[in-house]
Write a protein that binds this ligand. Structure first.
Ligand code: ACO
Length: 325
């Protein structure tokens, strides 16, 4: 089996900044309510950029950062639940735009855990020798699927994308991965796709493709599953939670991160937060955070990182890795 390292990162968010005060002109809400419950101050909303556009920009930056040529990429995986099309995949659109002619391309759907699932898939391809250099992207444009009259959801999300380049190596990068799902929680966080539509269908019920969420239950789920995911990814390794330099959680709620840090008796300073600027960017949130930390030189060579995703499905997953850039 081969070792697998992250060798470059990139991210991209739309230009348009929407503040909490801007939202208070659309729905009955306030900066005070949103910030005190979630830690969000503003988010980026696409005015013209669809998911593939965000993904392409993030990918181009990751390629530049990793100093590899586009022809060397043999795998592109995009984690998204807001693709431009059902077909072709967003990964194929990225391939076309960046000219990665030698890549196999597909999307994965894991809601806010999507990036972790995609990273795991890329890791397994490289570990087993089927791939040598993979581009793993998390990209979402939730603004397309929000009910902008529902204040309980429309204030939480933002648009954005992040990408990492994974490479086969002799030195350890990704150390351990843990993932899980629970389909019985399907109703807690949903966004319907298209309805049955054929001359033979019975009881055609028009579905509206908008996000709905049982916030309290999802909160309960997240504050339980994140500590468990951290414990599980450390199991059978030589590391303990104290050895970890940075915890990079899916950015869903800053208050929730405080609760998790306290519950696990880990300093909150080890939890990276950028939700104030971007809101919840779903599959984009973890790679955007990694890229920011990389470019701000917060990540140092040999640092130990734990990434944790959780979200609709229900889904969750964590990755333990050593930073090698
Ligand atoms: N502005 C003002 N008031 C609001 C707003 C708003 N934007 N939204 C809801 N309220 C009101 C509600 O109507 C309710 O009023 P009521 O008491 O008169 O009925 C009150 O505020 C409290 O609402 P709650 O939903 O109970 O608020 P809560 O304290 O639970 O916070 C929140 C809501 C922030 C969404 C929280 O539940 C949460 O963070 N949940 C987890 C979300 C999450 O982690 N998602 C990650 C997965 S995302 C993915 O996978 C796609």
């Amino acid at each position: 089996m081969h070792e697998v390292q992250i060798i470059g990162t990139g991210s991209f968010v739309p230009e348009k900044v929407i503040t909490n005060d801007d939202l208070s002109k659309i729905v009955e809400t306030s900066d005070e309510w949103i910030f005190s419950r979630t830690g969000i101050k503003e988010r980026r909303i696409s005015t013209k950029e669809d998911t593939s556009h965000l993904a392409v920009k993030a990918a181009q930056k990751a390629l530049k950062n990793s100093e590899i040529s586009k022809e060397d990429i043999d795998l592109i995986i995009v984690a998204t639940m807001t693709p431009d099309y059902f077909m072709p995949s967003t990964a194929c659109l990225v391939q076309k735009e960046i000219g990665a002619v030698n890549a196999t391309c597909f999307d994965v759907s894991g809601a806010c855990t999507g990036f972790i699932y995609a990273l795991n898939t890329g890791f397994q391809y490289i570990r087993t020798g089927q791939s040598k250099i993979a581009l793993i992207i998390g990209a979402d444009t939730y603004s397309k699927i929000l009910d902008w009259s529902d204040r309980s959801t429309c204030v939480l999300f933002g648009d954005g994308a992040g990408a990492v380049v994974l490479k086969q190596s002799t030195k350890k990068g990704i150390i351990s991965i843990y993932t899980g799902s629970d389909g019985t929680g399907d109703k807690l966080l949903t966004c319907p796709a298209v309805s049955l539509n054929n001359p033979f269908a019975e009881n055609i019920e028009a579905k509206k493709s908008v996000v709905s969420m049982n916030g309290k239950e999802v909160y309960r789920f997240a504050t339980t599953i994140v500590p468990r995911s951290i414990e599980k990814v450390l199991e059978n390794t030589i590391y303990k939670k104290e050895d970890i330099d940075h915890y990079i959680l899916h950015q869903a709620n800053a208050r929730m991160m405080d609760v998790i840090a306290k519950k696990m008796d880990i300093s909150i300073d080890k939890f990276y937060k950028n939700i104030d600027k971007y809101g919840n960017t779903s599959a984009g949130s973890i790679p955007i955070a990694i890229d920011e930390m990389n470019h701000k030189s917060i990540l140092k060579k040999d640092d130990l990182l734990i990434l944790v995703g959780f979200g609709g499905g229900l889904t969750w997953g964590s990755v333990l890795l050593q930073w090698n850039i």
